[in-house]
Design a protein around this ligand. Sequence first.
Ligand code: FAD
Length: 596
Amino acid sequence: MLSLGRCVAIQTATVKRAARVLTVACTSSMATDPAKKRVLIVGGVAGGASCAARLRRLDEQAEITIFERGPYVSFANCGLPYFVGDVIKEQSSLLVANAAKFNKWFDVVVKESTEVVSVDRVAKTVKTKNLNSGEEDVYSYDYLVLSPGGNAIRPPLPGADLPGIFTVKTIPDANAIKSWINEKDAKTAVVVGGGFIGLEMVENLVHRGLKCSLVEMLPQVMPPYDPEVVEPVHERLRAVGVDLHLGDGVAGFEATPGGALLVKTQSGKAHGADLVVLAIGVRPETILARQSGLELGSRGGIRVDEQMRTSDPAIFAVGDAVEVKDFVTGEQTLIPLAGPANRQGRIVANVITGNEPGRFRGSQGTSVVGLFGLTLAATGASEKSLKRLGRDFRKVYLHINNHAGYYPGAKQIDIKLLFDPKDGRVLGMQAVGEEGVEKRVDVVAMAIQKGGTVFDLEEAELCYAPQYGSAKDPVNMVGMVAANVMRGQHPLTSWDELNLQELVSDPGTVLVDVREPSELEKVGKVEGAINMPLSSLRQQLSKLQDKDKKYYVYCQVGLRGYVATRQFLQRGFDAVNVSGGFKSFLQQMPERHAKL
Ligand code: FAD
């Protein structure tokens, strides 16, 4: 255990005594060895704990202290929804490490329930307050690492502080929700916000037997994703009985005389519930940074350089509190995810100790969420973000089995790949399905980080046995489709680029459905399309005269459309395949779906 002198406390005083204790500047006579780096870390969870452990592994001499405002360091906040849902049964399972372990394994002093209340950048000290005793201390540092995370947003709406309205950020938050459910015998819940925490909370509340409504202001859940990609998530939520209210923001909350809550929305609706979970995002925690005059970025996070250094060279910042560079688009962004926080924490330790890697590459926002048997994952840029930035891109939709179709249990994955039409550089991928989704997204995440192109995906050598994949893995396949587009061998468009009404009424264009008639009868077709089944297309094309027309070809998922398009082209017709076929049509035009 470190002694107080060796650890860097230079002034200890309770609040009551504080006034008469001298403000003592840190000197070497305080038993602090000037040769040893004194590192203070604010926040002891993802970024902070990761930084402390790495620091110790690299520097046995450093004096490392973590201050954590909450009662636990290094807890698994990502597990909280599953703890609420009783999937994770024991609270102890959420404690990845505790103060004693940090002390024994890493010789790191951990001060739990201790808030850093101010930073004096000139004196290089921080002032702390023990939240149980009120005791205040001052510690000096050579390096200060800020990893204070983000704050769950509680909107300034009428009734937002009513009992029974919760956010989910800490173990005490999760315990409060669990106690409320048990004590009130809660049967219904409204979750506000359809991001990944909101979705995980919905799944877990349903798992506990509660009837759940999800209210989301945008017309889709998972806002960073493109709308058509999350359409299967909407379907799944509805299929399991979740009341999904999209495109309707919350206007306020009311308590009913019977003890329930009402969530009132901007459209004038009111959803009753026994409890409400607010999951509308996190805001970077920047109080210390602002108070001490550190620069903030345009998105409201702490500004850092590639070494995670703030505008003060002795202060680093990591995790949800910082702005980072988007790896693909280069713009400043906020990525509140555990992976970047952990890696940034390590990088700070490397920088402080002069080790590699000493540079954060930027974040791709690689993310995954699972709900009700579906997995939704993405990496890199979305179409929305590329459009917002005016970036040129092309896209490919693919609906493909996760493993060989002949091996039992194959499940379809819906994939959307975005790439640069200039050089085929991969810009982003989103995928949804029941099996093997995140594995494909992870492969493409690595390709993006290495500046990979669709030609690299085409040639990627990946695992294959029938129960795991296909000899041409979905990653290869999406690469092949895109590479064929790049080579001009596969003219491709997508439903959202077409004006269907014009297309089918224009005598110069023809919409061709190449599926078999029995399929059309079973699943429907796009209005105005003519049916030329692939199985007899050669014969039909040999009789077809209209070479002046343009043929828009589609099938069920895109593959037969491609095969047919090649036949059209090689016989001198102008043809283009509609990416993703009828399946993409249904996902991109859900309102038409309803009319079919
Ligand atoms: P945190 O891990 O939040 O730690 C910050 C700590 O700093 C807090 O404990 C806070 O108490 C402390 N602190 C703040 N200010 C002070 C102060 N002044 N003095 C002392 N201590 C202070 N990410 C994923 O990638 N995948 C997931 O599945 C996932 N699931 C999540 C589920 C939930 C419910 C939540 C809340 C988050 C989830 N995340 C997930 C996000 C992930 O947990 C965060 O991105 C990550 O923890 C950020 O790390 P951090 O170190 O920046 O902040």
